[in-house]
Design a protein around this ligand. Sequence first.
Ligand code: NAD
Length: 497
Amino acid sequence: MTDVVPAPTAWEYAPAPESRALVSIRPRYGLYIDGAWSEPAAGERFATIAPATEEHLAEIAQGGAEDVDRAVRAARSAFPAWSCLPGSERAKFLFRIARILQERAREFAVLESLDGGKPIKESRDVDVPLAAAHFFYYAGWADKLEYAFPGRPRPKPLGVAGQIIPWNFPLLMLAWKVAPALATGNTVVLKPAESTPLTALLFCDVLRQAGLPAGVVNVVTGDGRTGQALVAHEGVDKIAFTGSTEVGKAIQRALAGTGKRLTLELGGKGANIVFDDAALDQAVEGIVTGITFNQGHVCCAGSRLLVQESVAEQLLAKLRRRMETLRVGDPLDKNTDIGAINSAEQLARIKELVQSGRDDGATIWQPACVLPEQGFWFPPTVFTEVAQSHRIAQEEIFGPVLSVLTFRTAEEAVEKANNTPYGLSAGVWTEKGSRILWMAQRLRAGVVWANTFNRFDPTSPFGGYKESGFGREGGRHGLAAYLDLGEGADAGVGGLA
Ligand code: NAD
């Protein structure tokens, strides 16, 4: 028996598109090195497209080893003056950057949605405000570094930070990396992802507006080869990487024995665990957010739903009903819940893994929804009858695809949740506070949300265990990743009880 009423038909809304005229995209972009735009040495370029329409947006420079070298040299020469500025002066630049991001928020939101395919309500309400919040937060730390780590009163910046970011949160990942690096007195060479470079390139204009000294932040666009050149460059003191576990492992191998510092934020296969005493309607909202936020292109997505057997049928009925109401379509429409898949390659990967789920014998369910003909799209998808051994229960799909498993006891839930090579996120839904704490102590995940999911805050450290990486971004912990704390200090997570 369930108390579920038939699915309501989703209200028909008139189109409510955000204006594209808010952004002006140049036909071609260069590299931002030493405070100025320059052409890539080899003259190579590639296109960035809008995944929702496959429209060609701009020609992007493919930075090569020579360009990376120029950027690292610029960052190196900017380092002495930048790192010697009083923290309160560095803070002023960060505050300025934060305020300009707020002032230009609509422009950034539209550009992020165009280039990446995410719904405007997410780029407008999450990506851009959180990016500004990161700059505000780390601006506050810049003149207080000597108090951040008790017993270590003279933290020093590392030097030049090479930062490589993925395509799922282009501006936000930039902010997670650039803000703490600048607050701690480092200079930066940033390599955005090849499918979503436009907001990082617009950010260069913010740097110019903020009057940031030349060379403090350099942006070199390009694909994996550009990233590789940055990792291999001898003038880089630290690499901060967010991306796939496979590339993270290759970077760790490349840096072994070099003495360069490294933080890795990698993939995940988060478990969203619902107990029978949970508020089920509230849990349904968290499950939907957990798997459809940013089309499921989220490292900490709740891509495995673990539901207590006694409420599984009831919860799944409510979940299906809720999913029937999701709107898939134009990312620039303010009513859109699920936008476009970021690229043709990512769509092919989602389809391949979904096919493996079918082949392994899991049961697939998708709401009735009409997908646009042009562009890259995938409907929200729920798999039941999933076994732990199935690829859809083990591998990161990075799309709006949920795998449902059941459990009987809390011990079984912990065992199943931890049965993954990853360890980035988990969610626990229950009325009992004691059970939340009991679970949180046992789940091997960098973040455990209780009765909510996918909540982020600059004051809260974020990072993984196991194949999800090491090091923390955000909060006081995020400062340590860019500081030499002196003899005996573990610059990763340790030393920060
Ligand atoms: P990816 O590893 O393919 O690419 C990430 C970045 O690395 C891109 O800028 C890419 O150009 C660059 N790159 C590729 N090959 C490289 C190489 N050999 N050396 C140096 N740089 C190289 O990942 P992706 O597909 O862009 O992003 C999706 C992945 O990112 C997912 O696995 C997701 O879980 C992960 N991610 C993790 C977090 C986190 O905080 N843990 C956050 C967002 C995304």
